[in-house]
Ligand binder design. Structure first.
Ligand SMILES: [Zn+2]
Length: 368
């Protein structure tokens, strides 16, 4: 499948016009026109190995097809990613780790760990995935679009400053967050993937410039993300974990946003919001046991995107391993962001986990 969003060279992408953009309908109550910068590339399909693996090229094709089905083409501005430089990657990863990845690439690829592979062309895909957010920020600063979605793979949020793991080679969202922080910006990262974003947490655990918020199933891989992991040193209090039990569904997530996440975000007052948009919390996903629907993902993302000014939010694709659910979720999210009525599934209702939200509220002193 050819990406419908490729738009030639980077300079051309930044000058492309958006056609007839649709109406903005986010939570702040006023309407304006909105466009979404779609950063993606066929080269992300080249991250593959011979044996089957859940993190496979068909995932990205599912995202593209889901967004096409959502009928939001007029609102999308296509943009190619750039390769992250070594300087970009070194803000988040050790020289030893990067050398290990380069050496593996030079030898034709192989397993990084039992879950995580590098194919012949994976290193290029990984550096493009890490550079996607950087070009998105540049484009948003220039007013090319109102929101950005980096439809990339491999995913990134499990890659720590020393270890590539959990299907992730380098940490895409962290590379962008670190670049923004280095430029003096306050950054919030909200991770809604079913798995805890341990890599992003580790990289910014003692960094007060970056707020990290994760809603995830617990217990589940990688085993981190307890409520009492709240940051340390200069970053004390700037990590918020909401480890939700098996079966947690839309009402719990919406309660978690309203009672805990949104007040903490508003208190932090970020300049930029980055979202680790993993869709493996869908009720059909084979790698988790949560109860979310594509309609829930639309609710969640539309709600938090409205918390920062226009052109200050970048979404990053993380997990999502049921192709139909992934397509529906990506399409529903982009439709919600631009105000198009496209909900393949309704929102889900009650599930367990409200008590966890209440514990988070108490621990983080929200509303007191
Ligand atoms: Zn995941």
């Amino acid at each position: 499948m050819i990406s419908p969003y490729g738009s030639g060279a980077r300079s051309a992408a930044l000058s492309v016009t958006a056609g007839d953009p649709l109406r903005w309908s986010l939570a702040d109550g006023y309407a304006r026109r909105v466009t979404v910068l779609m950063v993606t590339d066929e080269r992300f399909l080249d991250h593959r190995r011979e044996r089957s693996h859940p993190e496979r090229p068909a995932r990205l094709e599912a995202v593209w097809s889901g967004i096409e089905a959502a009928g939001v083409a007029e609102a999308i501005v296509g943009c190619e990613p750039i390769l992250a430089t070594y300087a970009d990657l070194l803000r988040c990863h050790s020289t030893t780790q990067l050398k290990h990845l380069e050496d593996l690439h030079a030898s034709g690829g192989g397993q990084v760990d039992i879950d995580t592979y590098m194919g012949i062309r994976s290193w290029e895909a990984a550096r493009l995935a890490a550079g996607a957010g950087l070009v998105a920020v540049e484009a948003l600063r220039e007013g090319v679009a109102d929101v950005a979605f980096c439809a990339v793979r491999p995913p990134g949020h499990h890659a720590t400053d020393t270890t590539s793991m959990g299907f992730c080679l380098v940490n895409n969202v962290a590379v962008t967050a670190a670049s923004l922080a280095a430029a003096g910006e306050r950054v919030a990262v909200v991770d809604i993937d079913a798995h805890h974003g341990n890599g992003t947490q580790d990289i910014f655990y003692s960094d007060g410039r970056v707020l990290f918020v994760s809603l995830h199933q617990w217990p589940l891989y990688p085993g981190t993300g307890r409520i009492d992991e709240t940051g340390e040193g200069d970053g004390a209090g700037t990590t918020l974990n909401m480890p939700l039990p098996v079966g947690s569904a839309g009402d719990t997530y919406r309660y978690g946003l309203d009672a805990a996440v949104i007040p903490v975000l508003e208190g932090f007052d970020p300049d930029w919001l980055l979202v680790s948009a993993g869709f493996d919390g869908h009720r059909l996903d084979p790698l988790s046991e949560l109860g979310l629907t594509s309609g829930d993902f639309a609710d969640l993302v539309a709600r938090i995107v409205g918390l920062v000014p226009v052109s200050r939010c970048v979404l990053f694709l993380e997990g999502g391993y049921d192709l139909g659910a992934l397509a529906d979720s990506a399409g529903a999210v982009l439709a919600a962001v631009v105000g198009v009525d496209h909900r393949p599934e309704p929102s889900s209702g009650e599930g367990p986990g409200r008590d966890v939200v209440d514990q988070v509220v108490e621990l983080h002193g929200v509303g007191t």
